[in-house]
Design a protein around this ligand. Structure first.
Ligand code: ATR
Length: 288
């Protein structure tokens, strides 16, 4: 028995993804989507684990911090960012929290898009839960630098401060800057602020607002990655495409974070790339 808990949850593709994983790996499991009231996450998770025999649970917006608080133990990456997307019931009944979002992002960029992050200059846009959840995994790839840029610069600085020891360990330069600094950078032949990989982890597109970034942030051949997919990612991808950058939406991250959770629960690595291709086809046929 597995599930994903969120609010809202009706749009979730997780049941489809995990059922595919199970079929392709010959595992027998049941995975459902559950809506919890905004003040009802802990009750819903406890009922699932303690009364219904749940073995593992994915957690999505807005409960990722509450999931950390509910767990008895957590992985080092959850300790760093405070947010969990995967709960596992251990043999002794205790609940362990992990976060596979960063693993999913890195797997999608490195394996599915075929792009190594080591030695790259990365721009991480946003400093909310989505950005916090992936920063440690990005650093672990030993990029040359990561700039965390946010509208509210204090939040970006907070993320940088909490990850500074890890950045040193990974020989990466980690710094914060205000989003305004990027948008107001004067055009020059060799801009100081230019990146190989740009990752949009802001919620701007959900509010129908463009980030208004200048094209010179994109180095030739840059990858512009939006952690959302579908229409929510389109504005950022259109912006990047205008300047000849490679655009990629977050559908692969969704499938890869699920694959990492599945592997934690079942000890089996599912064929994520195959399921990603099938999900893309499904979404295209639904849109047609
Ligand atoms: P999530 O869990 O999805 O990251 P969040 O924690 O509410 O959600 O964070 C939303 C992020 O998107 C923040 O970095 C936010 O910037 P602020 O910290 O300054 O609020 C960013 N964001 C939201 N709307 C934005 C907009 N219109 N332009 C730029 N950044 C925006």
């Amino acid at each position: 028995m597995y599930c994903v808990i969120g609010n809202p949850i009706a749009h979730s593709r997780s049941p489809w993804i995990h059922q595919r994983f199970a079929a392709l790996t010959g595992q027998s499991l049941h995975y459902s989507a559950r809506l919890a009231a905004l003040d009802g996450f802990a009750a819903s998770a406890r009922a699932f684990f303690e009364e219904e025999g749940g073995h593992g649970c994915n957690v999505t917006v807005p409960f990722k911090h509450e999931a950390t608080a509910l767990a008895d133990t957590c992985s080092p990456r959850v300790a760093l960012c405070g947010a969990a997307n995967t709960l596992v019931r251990q043999a002794d009944g205790r609940i362990h929290a992990d976060n596979t979002d960063g693993l999913g992002l890195v797997a999608d960029i490195e394996h599915n898009a075929g792009r190594r992050l080591a030695g790259q200059d990365i721009l991480l846009l946003g400093a909310g839960g989505a950005a916090a959840g992936v920063l440690a995994a990005l650093l672990a790839q030993r990029p040359r630098s990561i700039c965390v840029s946010n509208r509210t610069v204090a939040k970006a600085q907070h993320l940088v401060d909490s990850h500074s020891a890890l950045a040193t360990e990974c020989a990466s330069t980690l710094h914060a800057c205000a989003l305004e600094e990027l948008t107001h950078q004067a055009p020059t032949p060799t801009p100081t602020l230019a990146f190989d990989v740009l990752i949009n982890a802001t919620a701007s597109s959900l509010q129908g607002q463009a980030l208004n970034l200048p094209g010179q942030l994109l180095r030739p051949g840059a990858l512009a990655y939006d952690m959302m997919y579908g229409s929510a990612a389109q504005g950022f991808l259109d912006w990047a495409g205008q300047y000849g950058a490679q655009g990629r939406d977050g559908l692969g991250m969704l499938v890869e974070q699920a694959a990492a959770a599945f592997a934690l629960w079942r000890g089996v690595q599912p064929p994520a790339a195959q399921v990603l291709a099938a999900l893309r086809q499904l979404l295209a046929s639904e849109a047609a």
